[in-house]
Design a protein around this ligand. Structure first.
Ligand code: FES
Length: 349
C-alpha cells in the first residue's frame, strides 16, 4: 500500500498522517497560526543583493503542498516575521525555495536573512498561503515581474508550462546582475515564453507598457508582482486599455505606507475599549498600547495578517492587500497601516 501524507492544521498543531500512522510533527505559530519547523538546506547568492534559501523538513519528509503564487511567513528572528513567495515548481514536495532582496531600507527582515541565517539552521515558517492564484482555465496568461517580484511568477511559469498553457513572462530588472534567475530562465523549458528587459540595456530592447501590454481579450489574465510603483503603472495601463478588474491579479512586494492624517477614535468592540489613534500612529499600535492583542506581520499593508472586520465607520484604506472591490465594500481593514475617514471606527477586535 502506498504511503499517503496528508497535512492538516488543527488548534495550532500540525499533524502528518502517513498511511494509518498519525504523528504530531510540529506545533507552534509564527504569528499565532500554525507553523512548520524546517531546516535551511542551502543558502546561495542568486543575484546581486539577492539570496535564495532552500527549506526542507528536518527529517526529509514531504512538505504541505502549495500552489503557484503562494507565500510563507518566515520567522527570521523571534518576533520578526516576514512573508516570502515560493518560487520553485509547485510539483516539488520536498522543499520550499524563497529568494530575498536585501532592502537598503531594511526594517530588519531582509538584513537578518542575508546576514544571520545559516545553512543547517532551523526555522519556523507558516503554512503556504495563497492570495495570488492562477486562473486555471485561462486561454492565455501574461505575467509582469518587476525585480524581486519575479519569485511568485516563476512558480506560475512552472505551473503554466506543466498545464501546457499559453503564457508570456515579461521580466524587468535594473541590470542583468541584479536579475534573480536570469540564467535559470534562459535554460528553462519555457524559455521561449520569457522576455527579459534591463534598464541599462539598449533603449530599443527596453520594457514599454505601450508595446508590451496586450489589448484586452476574453479568457486572458494578467498577473503582476513587483514594487508598488511598478504595480501601479502596469495596473493603470491595463485599466486604460479596458482590462476588467477580474482579469488583473497582482501582489505588491513591499510598499511605502504613510500613516499621516488626523487623529480618530477606534472602538474595539470585542475588547470593550475605545482608543484615540494619533496622527502618525497606526491603529494596531494604539490598540497594542492599550493592551489589546493584535496580530501583525509585514506592517506595510501587504500580507493581510492584521485584517480586521469593520462594524461601523468608514476606513481610509492604505494597503495593497485588499482589492478595489473589497476596499469599496468597507467590510474589513488592515489595521497596520489604514486609517479612518469617519471620526470613529468600530472594529471587531
Ligand atoms: S500586518 Fe501585513 S497587512 Fe497588516
Amino acid at each position: 500500500m502506498s504511503s499517503v501524507t496528508i497535512w492538516s492544521a488543527c488548534s495550532g498543531q500540525i499533524w502528518r498522517h502517513e498511511g494509518s500512522n498519525v504523528a504530531m510533527t510540529e506545533h507552534v505559530g509564527t504569528s499565532g497560526g500554525p507553523a512548520l519547523n524546517v531546516v535551511v538546506v542551502q543558502k546561495s547568492l542568486e543575484a546581486e543583493s539577492i539570496v535564495s534559501l532552500e527549506l526542507a523538513a528536518p527529517d526529509g519528509a514531504a512538505l504541505p503542498p502549495f500552489a503557484a503564487g503562494a507565500h510563507v511567513d518566515v520567522e527570521v528572528h523571534p518576533d520578526l516575521v516576514r512573508q516570502y513567495s515560493l518560487w520553485n515548481d509547485p510539483v516539488e514536495q520536498d522543499r520550499y525555495r524563497i529568494a530575498v532582496l536585501l532592502e537598503p531600507q531594511s526594517r530588519g527582515g531582509s538584513r537578518a536573512v542575508h546576514q544571520d541565517l545559516r545553512e543547517g539552521q532551523l526555522l519556523r515558517i507558516g503554512f503556504p498561503r495563497n492570495n495570488f492564484q492562477l486562473a486555471e482555465r485561462a486561454r492565455r496568461s501574461v505575467l509582469f515581474a518587476g525585480g524581486i517580484g519575479i519569485t511568485p511568477l516563476l512558480a506560475m511559469a512552472y505551473q503554466l508550462h506543466r498545464w501546457g498553457s499559453d503564457f508570456t513572462l515579461h521580466y524587468c530588472a535594473r541590470t542583468r546582475a541584479r536579475a534573480a534567475f536570469a540564467e535559470r530562465l534562459t535554460r528553462a523549458p519555457f524559455a521561449n515564453s520569457v522576455r527579459m528587459y534591463f534598464d541599462d540595456g539598449p533603449a530599443e530592447q527596453g520594457f514599454s507598457l505601450e508595446r508590451h501590454m496586450p489589448e484586452p481579450e476574453a479568457d486572458v489574465h494578467l498577473y503582476i508582482c513587483g514594487p508598488a510603483g511598478f504595480l501601479a503603472a502596469v495596473r493603470e495601463r491595463a485599466a486604460l486599455l479596458g482590462w476588467q478588474a477580474a482579469q488583473i491579479h497582482s501582489e505588491a512586494f513591499t510598499q511605502q505606507v504613510s500613516l499621516e492624517g488626523e487623529g480618530f477614535l477606534v472602538r474595539a468592540a470585542a475588547s470593550g475599549i475605545t482608543v484615540e489613534v494619533g496622527a502618525d500612529q497606526s491603529i494596531a499600535q494604539a490598540l497594542t498600547d492599550a493592551g489589546v492583542d493584535v496580530l501583525t506581520s509585514c506592517e506595510q499593508g501587504v500580507c493581510g495578517t492584521c485584517l480586521t472586520r469593520v462594524l461601523e465607520g468608514v476606513p481610509d484604506h492604505r494597503d495593497a492587500y485588499l482589492t478595489d472591490e473589497e476596499k469599496a465594500a468597507n467590510a474589513s481593514i488592515t489595521i497596520c497601516c489604514s486609517r479612518a475617514r469617519s471620526r470613529i471606527l468600530v472594529l471587531d477586535i
